[in-house]
Ligand binder design. Structure first.
Ligand code: 5GP
Length: 199
């Protein structure tokens, strides 16, 4: 008799949130660069109407689209969840995420509070939410200032205001990781991933 086919375990969703400048994107990219974890986890690439920053690459950090294209994707139901952040739209493409989960790969996403809440609602059993805390507000401001140097100076103020609101929601997440030292924070994130994936 043929051996029963082993059912593939669906992948998990790791949503990383935190204020702009908390280091969530760097942490997720570093996590995926780990040899063992890189085979099990892929990063979701969002679409955004925000202008590209100088170091950003198309289809790596984001798919940069026009507002018209974003609306077309929404209408075609190709966006799983979306948000408006400081006047720009950001959304998670639905197809790639579903494909990865079916193939048993886990997916890592850097989303705002709304995105984390919605993904937990859509996939309550396999979504793990992680909040990244900056070491201090002054370090956060410095990082945001560096990031927004070429853009609108008003943006620093707006991102700092939003950061206050985001920090107050940290307690609603499954895990909080303090990013004071990147190596330590990454180790903690790795432990969370391995524990939750039961690898
Ligand atoms: P930034 O402009 O700093 O790249 O992103 C602004 C905020 O939007 C960040 O908190 C980032 O995590 C969040 N974000 C990026 N892509 C998405 C997305 O597809 N959905 C949601 N809900 N938030 C996103």
């Amino acid at each position: 008799m043929k051996a029963a086919k082993r059912q593939k375990k669906p992948g998990k969703i790791f949503v990383i949130s935190g204020p702009s400048g908390s280091g969530k994107t760097t942490l997720l990219s570093s996590l995926i660069q780990d040899k063992k974890i890189g085979k099990l986890l892929v990063k979701s690439c969002s679409v955004t109407t925000r202008p590209k920053r100088s170091k950003e690459r198309e289809a790596k950090e984001y798919f940069f689209v026009t507002l018209l294209e974003f609306r077309r994707l929404l209408k075609a139901k190709k966006i799983l969840e979306w948000t408006r952040y400081l006047g720009y739209y950001y959304g998670t493409p639905k197809g790639p995420l579903e494909k990865q989960l079916k193939s048993s790969k886990s997916v890592g996403l850097c989303l705002d509070l709304k995105g984390a809440r919605i993904l937990k609602k859509i996939y309550p059993h396999n979504t793990v939410t992680i909040f990244v805390l900056p070491p201090s507000l002054s370090v956060l401001k410095e990082r945001i200032q560096n990031r927004c140097r070429q853009t609108n100076p008003q943006e620093v103020k707006q991102r700092m205001l939003l950061a206050g609101r985001e920090l107050r929601a940290a307690g609603k997440f499954d895990y909080c990781v303090l990013n004071q030292n990147l190596t330590v924070a990454l180790k903690e994130l790795k432990n969370i991933f391995l524990r939750e994936s039961s690898v």
